[in-house]
Design a protein around this ligand. Structure first.
Ligand code: ADP
Length: 485
């Protein structure tokens, strides 16, 4: 039942209650008044008849006086008049209606007015005492001004019909007014709250009223405006954060490119030397045309090899919009390793990768390559000549840490393990913090691992670091297994 209907019912009920109560009260007062009037009439009539009977008995005798008294019944029907002897035995035609015990005041010469409760339709009875011929008697008046039941029935009928008519009228009026004053405004407020709840912050409710509902509408509208502002601020804030993060990633990428550049320069040195030699051979004109052609082909091959290296480097440094797609992780890691070999080689560090199976993940390849590059560059930097950096790829069951969602399930696991200097126990908890670095100024930015951590988290995974100082470090990346249906 809605609010308006409940209100209407409550009001109608209260209205009817008040009506019935006031009618009952009025009926009671009415009945009392009727009783009083009856009393007065009885007393008056009793006194008049008393005087007449007394006079008639004195001048015409007892029998004649009683005859006249009986005659009084012929002229009116409301009150029955009768002579009674107060000492008449019970059952005699002159015995009073009231029992002897109730007639003590009459015997003492007082008038008596009483209600006869025992009879089906209650009436009033009164006694006007008069001693005739020395014998105690009284004029008994028995009369009804209409029975109480009749009176009650009429009253109940009146009250019931009045109440029903009024209740109907009240109900109609209350529901019309209730709907206008409460129902419709509350519906409008509910619609507005519902729209805001579903995220439509443009929703407003037009309810200009000087009451609580009007104020509630104002508050709701104000709330929607505040929410709109807060959302705009939030959107702006997250846009700024994304931009800052992107900037950070780009700086970190540039720093990695710087680290790679030395290796790349070294890598380019060999083909450049070969090109130079072949070009000199052609320029000398010593060989024949066939030899010059062979030299040119070597130059072409070397130039292509250099172009590939440069392209890979450019590809790495370029800013890509993130683009995820389900793909096996192995080729993604292998491609990154190709760019990294020129970094490892000059240091005499060997890179090993043992892929095992096609582990499909939904990733942005360039971002995963950035993570692999950071981990391998760090591992190579920490390693000494002759040491090995090993990459492994497999699948495992694990539970993510709480700050990475805490989900339990199967994950693709990529480990980068080196045999280098390792990480001191006091430094280990901080390696993923931005700007944490133990490297010299210009060598390390302290961003590589924090950016990598952010990228892996964005892919729904997490990273761990473990190390035993002097025996190397192991970094592990967990990525959600792509469920292929
Ligand atoms: P950066 O390499 O610019 O210092 P990173 O965030 O990549 O920044 O690394 C932070 C720190 O973590 C490094 O300075 C180094 O102390 C430590 N670290 C990372 N990887 C290794 C590793 N494989 N072996 C030893 N220490 C490492």
């Amino acid at each position: 039942m809605n609010l308006t209907r409940r209100l209407t019912f409550a009001l109608t009920l209260i209205g009817c209650g008040v009506l019935v109560l006031s009618a009952l009260l009025e009926m009671r007062v009415d009945w009392q008044r009727a009783q009083d009037e009856s009393h007065e009439a009885h007393v008056l009539l009793g006194r008049v008849l008393n005087g007449a009977v007394s006079r008639s008995a004195r001048f015409e005798g007892l029998e004649q006086a009683l005859f006249h008294l009986d005659e009084a019944n012929r002229y009116q029907q409301r009150v029955h008049v009768r002579w009674v002897w107060l000492d008449a035995p019970e059952g005699s035609s002159f015995a009073p209606l009231l029992p002897a015990s109730a007639l003590a005041p009459v015997r003492e010469g007082h008038e008596l007015f009483a209600e006869l409760d025992s009879v089906a339709s209650p009436t009033f009875v009164s006694y006007s005492p008069l001693a005739l011929g020395g014998r105690p008697g009284a004029i008994e008046l028995q009369g009804a001004l209409g029975s109480r039941q009749e009176h009650l029935q009429r009253g109940v009928l009146l009250v019931a019909s009045g109440t029903i008519a009024l209740a109907l009228l009240f109900f109609l009026a209350a529901s019309a007014i209730g709907r206008r004053l409460v129902g419709r405004p509350v519906e409008a407020l509910m619609r507005m709250a519902d729209r805001v709840g579903k995220g439509d912050l443009d929703a407003r409710v037009a309810l200009k009223r000087p009451d609580e509902l009007g104020r509630l509408a104002e508050v709701l509208n104000g709330m929607a405006v505040s929410l709109q502002r807060a959302r705009a601020a939030l959107v702006e804030e997250s846009r700024a954060r994304v931009a800052a993060l992107e900037q950070l990633r780009h700086s970190e990428r540039s720093s990695t490119v710087g680290k790679l550049a030395a290796g790349v320069a070294h890598e380019l040195g060999t083909p450049l030397g070969v090109i130079s030699l072949q070009a000199q051979s052609i320029a000398s004109g010593e060989g024949g045309l066939d030899e010059a052609r062979a030299d040119a082909r070597v130059i072409d091959q070397q130039a292509k090899a250099m172009a590939r290296i440069v392209r890979q480097l450019l590809e790495f440094s370029r800013r890509h919009p993130p683009e995820r797609q389900p793909q096996p992780l192995e080729p993604v890691v292998s491609t990154a390793l190709e760019v990294l070999r020129p970094v490892a080689q000059p240091k005499g560090v060997e890179l090993r990768f043992q892929p095992a199976g096609a582990h499909v993940v939904n990733v942005d390849a360039a971002q995963v390559q950035q993570v692999v590059t950071n981990l391998v560059v760090n591992a190579v930097q920490a390693s000494a000549a002759g040491q090995v950096v090993t990459l492994a790829l497999d699948e495992t069951e694990a539970t993510a840490p709480a700050d990475a969602g805490g989900a339990h399930g199967r994950w693709v696991r990529l480990t980068v393990k080196d045999e280098g200097e390792g990480i001191e126990p006091e430094a280990l908890p901080h390696v993923f913090e931005p700007f944490f670095t133990t490297k010299d100024v210009g060598e390390g930015t302290g961003l590589g691992l924090s950016v990598s951590w952010g990228l892996v988290r964005e892919h729904g995974g997490w990273m761990t670091a473990a190390s035993e100082p002097g025996k190397g470090a192991t970094f592990t990346v967990y990525l959600p297994v792509e469920v292929t249906t």
